[in-house]
Structures are given as structure tokens and as C-alpha cells.
Design a protein around this ligand. Sequence first.
Ligand code: SF4
Length: 327
Amino acid sequence: MPGDAILKLRDAKVWYPVTKGVFRRTIGHVKAVDGISLDIRRCETLGVVGESGCGKTTLGKAIMLLEQITGGSIAADMDGQFRELSSLTTPEKLRYRKMVQMIFQDPYAALNPMKKIYTALEEPLIVQGIRSREEREAILASAMEMVNIPLDYLFKYPHEFSGGQRQRICIARALETAPSVVVCDEAVSALDVSIQAQILNLLRQLQRERHLTYVFIAHDLSVVQYMSDRIAVMYLGKVVELADSTALYENPRHPYTQSLLSAVPLPVLGRRKRRVVLQGDVPSPIDKPSGCPFHERCGKCKEICKTVEPALVDRGGGHLVACHLED
Ligand code: SF4
């Protein structure tokens, strides 16, 4: 069962400067993540959804310390104390990286084709300072068993595996250091549908057995619904709705979430729902619209939406919505 917060994001921002001219004068910023505040709870799966370019992968990378935040804070519960990631010392960062791991989208690109699986799985253990070869081999053996891959496959190269097997190996590599949090960035979207189901079930089984917390980033809303306890919907670097998975799917309250969910096919024959088609393109993250970032595409836009940005507010029962229609 999900518990207390393990990660706390407060107004977290990742902005990239846009420069021009010989002197590389900063003329603006790409606001990939633009002020996100939420708690990620121990043992929960927090789904993160949104269109391409909404900032969900950048958010995952910021949690992984692969991108530096340029504003706000991300703090992690390390041995009972919340520590800001930006103030960690080098040994503490190493400890944090053991605690938080990532499963990448493309299992083909995530493994070095020149190295045997043994090396791919052994390297993170060496980086983590496990000096004893026997100890490393014992961890490798249990990691391979965990993902149901025979031990002798350790001495094969990545090209000798199917896509599903490669993603299992990537899961083994992510979990061999016994992390508490795993960021799954589109972890099944490169796989065939039948293999996707196997990997999703494996992830759920491992979560139960190892009390893992997942940040599950995906664009496939059916997959996110299957995996998640809570879901954050992102638009142009901001969370516009955050709620329990069931509440969000049964009663989406933000017009953007409503349009996203209206595109998901219903599994019941003969049942139909009204499709809400989004108008226009996603605005540039360099030149965001004033007021509500969604107002140029929203069919319910009011005058206030063009000038005043709505805050993400709890509208009851932990269902947070950033929309003036809720005020
Ligand atoms: Fe639409 Fe206004 Fe709500 Fe934004 S605040 S989603 S423009 S109704």
C-alpha cells in the first residue's frame, strides 16, 4: 500500500536557455518543466501522462539527477531525513543513484552491443563499490533469476536476445542495486503488445515483492491506467490534473484530460463516447501563452483564462485540478 512521501517536488523547474549571436546572449528559455509541486509516495505507482514535449521525460531525468533543476527543489527521504538533491555531496549522490534507478524506453539502445550481458550488469555494481567478485556474481545470479532469464545467457551479446528479453535484462540491471524508486520512461512502448503485457505484469510483481515506488511515464493511457495508483497529467511543463487513477479515468475534470481520455477506445462492444478533438498545435515551450497554458486550444475558454493562470488546487478527495471552471 502507498505510504508517506519518498520524494518531494516543490516548484521544480528545468529551463534551458535559448541563446543568440556570437556572444550567445540569452534571449529566452525552453521551459521543459515549469514549476511542479507534488509528493511521490512510498510503494505507489505515479503515472505521468501528456503529449510529446510536455516535459514528462525531463521530469524523470530531473528525479534521476540526469538533468539539473534550475529552480525550486526536489528532496528525497534518505535514511529518514529529507535531503535536497542539489545539496548532496558526491558520495551522497552515489548513494542516491543506488536508491533511484531508471528503465529506458528502448532496450535496444540501452545495452552496449559490444559488451556481453555479464559486463552490462556488472558495471553498475563496480560503480557502487562492490569490490568482491563473488558478491557481484551472486547479485547477478539473483537479478537474472528475478527476471526469468537463464544464468548462462549472461555470456551472450544483446543482439542474441528478443526485445522482451532485452527489456527484462534492463529491468534486472535497474533493480540489482536494490533501489527504492524506479523511473520507467516509456518502458514498454518499444515492445510488441503481447510482450508489453508480460513486462507490465513482471513490473507489478516486482513492485509487490520489493516494495518499489514507480514513476511510470507513458503516452499510452490504457497502460498508465493499468499500472498507476495516481496519475499526473502534464501540459507544457506543468501538472494540470492529479488524482487517483480510478477517479481520473471515471471523472476527468480538466478539459485537457477530458480530450486525452476521449481518444482511448472503450473495451465494451457497442459503447461509444464523445470524442473531444483538440484545436490547434501545442504552443512553443519558449513562448508560452499568457494565463492558462491550455487556453488557445480549450473549447471552454473564458475571458479570465487568457490572462490569469489557474492554480493546481485540491478540489476534494485529493483530486487536484488547475482550471478556472472549478473555481
Ligand atoms: Fe480551459 Fe480556462 Fe480551464 Fe484553461 S482554465 S482549461 S482555458 S477552461
